[in-house]
Design a protein around this ligand. Sequence first.
Ligand code: TXA
Ligand code: MG
Length: 351
Amino acid sequence: MVTKVQKVNPEDFSKEELKEACDILKNGGLVAFPTETVYGLGGDALNPFAASKIYKAKGRPSDNPLIVHIADMEDLYKVADGITENGLKLAKTFWPGPLTLIFKKKEIVPSSVTGGLLTVAVRMPAHAVARELIRQSGVYIAAPSANISGRPSPVRAEHVIEDLDGRIDMVIDGGSAGIGIESSIVDVSGADPVILRPGYITKAMLEKVAESVYTDPVIESRVIRKDIAAKAPGMKYRHYAPKGELVIVEGDIQKVTAKINMLAEEKEKKGCKTAVIATNETKDKYKCSIVKSIGSRKHEASIAAGLYDILREMDYLGAQYIYSESFDNDILGGAVMNRMIKAAAYHIVQA
Ligand code: TXA
Ligand code: MG
């Protein structure tokens, strides 16, 4: 299969430019498209064959459910059942936007899309191309992140091509996805909302709208928890991982730079390709031959936006050992660290 690339300017595009993509979706094919979080790999959410193609293209375990993307509030009632008051309040406040909500599913949603669960994940993206694609195709779009399972999520069309060229029908290239980390996921199928994956919409933001918001303990853990299962099936898999060994160094920033310099020097002396993930503020303090800045601590959104790009870059550079600063103290930091810790397979050292 040849994967077509369709360039679209999110600020200025015509319906005609999305026509072929819409036809592919209507006919059960796969189209990767930009959203405001990361690129998604889309297929018709009500077509079980499209769902199985998505799992196959990504190499994704079929017990890991997909998010159903909708464009209008009335679509929610077509796919979700028993919509709770909290669920509706959160949807009305944060949609369209980077929030996925889990509801009880309606029968028309195939169980292959929900990984056999009786609930369904629903998101209304804010990205103009994503919304127009859903509206114009007339299908709800099931879309996981458009990466090979286990790889960092794609934040540019080039990343999608890198992973999925020849495995999907089309990629819509709409430039960089803005936020750079996946949507926050909140289970609103029960009495109290439970955060299953942290993201741009933080707990504090959710608490302004709904009471008693809890966080799934698995995602806050800094060690592998074998005693409890993650409530979002996808959170149990190793994820976002670069090919080299990533270690996160925590503590006072001066001590962190000193410790990273020491660890990196040890590896370089042994002839290993070694890299440091720093920030704009600290990048000149490292002696390692490869030092890359993820973004600026003064603009934490730049750190979220830089995360997956830098993890992929580590692979292009062939880094065997990667030492990274920690990004825990900011509002978005929890979401960034959640991904980093998994990419590092929970390998954290104190400076
Ligand atoms: O920002 C995003 O959410 C992106 C864009 C494309 O919208 N999508 C995305 O999809 O990140 P994916 O498949 O990479 O992550 C979806 C996560 C998985 O961890 C999955 O287990 C969880 O959502 N999930 C989906 N349906 C669920 C359900 N019914 N109950 C619990 N978790 C669910
Ligand atoms: Mg994913």
